[in-house]
Design a protein. Structure first.
Lengths: 113, 113
DNA sequence: TTAGTCGCTCTGTTTTTCTTAGCGGCTCTG
DNA sequence: CAGAGCCGCTAAGAAAAACAGAGCGACTAA
């Protein structure tokens, strides 16, 4: 009977979709650091403090599959691989920036483990 | 020598902070559904399709610790618990909405596993 | 030659997440 | 009153993800 039970609240499909990518550890940070320009594998590993090679490799594949980043190989001879954002990735940037602002204003005090 | 190596790219601390919460599975969705008003434990579980009791319980504690949601008990007699957003949680709403818009425009085509 | 960087992958361990089951308090039905 | 069901959890074990660390092929710089 409770009226609020008759109203079926369901999680927005768009949000669910967004968090199927961003809701995984590291993905948000990877996209955020790529926001300031293409980076090599090693540069990414350095930028995203704490991530391991294996996981970074995994995440980059996922992000590539999802169409957020591209992997381009320049066979120098010293073969160099560069990861960069796609248009989709770029469009995510302003949202990430606001997220950053929010965190500064609302989470700065949180003692992080 | 390489100029791009001298420039130390490091992941923005604010983004890292934000994703220490939002980068965990379910958290974003929980905050998003609470955006449309306080909900009971069971209502939340129904709204966030796929989450289990144990994990929802865990996540709610985390979100409460982080100051994003509150847990208020009304000892009816039929004891009723309501979870709601704090001011911090509310401020996250607009960002989540933009994230939803972004997902619609950029991820709708992704075949989701 | 030796040492070092880059871009990974493989192995095995630890952490996280998930599934399943159950419990006490309450209400609703017969 | 005796089930049966909903609410709000928690405990225990299994499955999945993340982790550290070693190693490897191709290359370069000393």
């Amino acid at each position: 009977m409770a009226a609020d039970d008759l109203q079926v609240h369901q999680c927005d499909a768009a949000i669910t979709l967004a968090f199927s990518i961003l809701g995984k550890r590291w993905n948000g940070m990877i996209v955020a650091v790529l926001g300031s320009g293409p980076l090599s594998f090693v540069a990414l590993r350095r930028a995203v403090t704490g991530i391991s090679d294996a996981v970074l490799s995994d995440r980059l594949s996922e992000l590539a599959d999802a169409g957020l980043v591209t992997r381009s190989v320049d066979p120098g001879p010293p073969v160099a691989v560069a990861y960069a954002l796609t248009a989709s990735g770029e469009e995510l940037q302003p949202v990430l920036q606001e997220l950053g602002r929010w965190a500064l204003e609302n989470m700065a005090h949180i003692a992080h483990r």
